[in-house]
Design a protein around this ligand. Structure first.
Ligand SMILES: N[C@@H](CCC(=O)N[C@@H](CS)C(=O)NCC(=O)O)C(=O)O
Length: 214
């Protein structure tokens, strides 16, 4: 198995899940900024040039949600089985993680990658921050009185492996005690810590990024 990975990116979702499943994967490291993701070699694995891709079972899979679903189905663990009514909850959270990640990605672009700073849209930064906060409020409500998204720890948590490192960089922790406690529970798992050791990293130089004045 070979995971195409960038520390601090969505491939951490897969890296963490592989550790939870006890599966070994070689890491092939890429960069967000050197043009490598646009190469023919990488686009043969992931046609839009996006991380992650996983080479597994004689083929390559792109899209982190598809990889997480495939691994849970083929390994028969960490998700309700296909056809089970409770699987709907699992599928909702898998997709919800990407709904939230869209806001995180826009905020990463605006706060970290887009240069010169005058190219930023403060209106879009405010809008994405508000939309991110709404997704976090939904999670806060769901996690209040619960330890995990489903009845027990599942691969749905792993789908938030990229999000949970990022969300509180843009929305302050105050008002989200259940979400913060859940993120801490996830980060304390031995498999999470092993994944961080193997391929952890962060895009962030600051703990918190304030939307600048217009
Ligand atoms: N929906 C895709 C999104 C993948 C994605 O956008 N990955 C980012 C890294 S977190 C990427 O490769 N960005 C490079 C780019 O946009 O050029 C997934 O979940 O795999």
């Amino acid at each position: 198995m070979r995971l195409h990975h960038i520390p601090g990116s969505r491939s951490f979702r897969v890296l963490w899940l592989l550790e939870e499943l006890g599966e070994e994967a070689e890491l092939r490291l890429w960069s967000l900024t050197d043009g490598g993701l646009r190469s023919a070699e990488f686009r043969a694995l992931s046609p839009a040039g996006r991380i992650p891709a996983l080479e597994v079972d004689g083929r390559a899979i792109f899209e982190s949600g598809a990889i997480v679903q495939y691994l849970t189905e083929t390994r028969g663990r960490l998700a309700p089985p296909p056809g089970a009514v409770e699987r709907a909850d699992f599928l909702e959270w898998i997709s919800f993680a990407e709904t939230q990640a869209a806001q995180l990605q826009n905020l990463n672009i605006h706060h970290i990658f887009l240069r010169p700073e005058t190219a930023r849209s403060v209106a879009m930064m405010r809008l994405d921050t508000r939309r991110l906060e709404l997704t976090m409020r939904a999670m806060e409500a769901h996690l209040t009185g619960r330890d995990w998204l489903l009845g027990s720890f599942s691969a749905a948590e792993c789908m938030f492996g990229f999000n949970m490192e990022a969300a509180f960089r843009f929305v302050r922790r105050e008002g989200f005690p259940a979400l913060a406690a859940w993120a801490a529970r996830c980060a304390a798992r031995p498999a999470y810590r092993r994944a961080v050791q193997k391929g952890g990293g962060s895009l962030y130089a600051q703990d918190f990024y304030e939307v600048p004045d217009a």
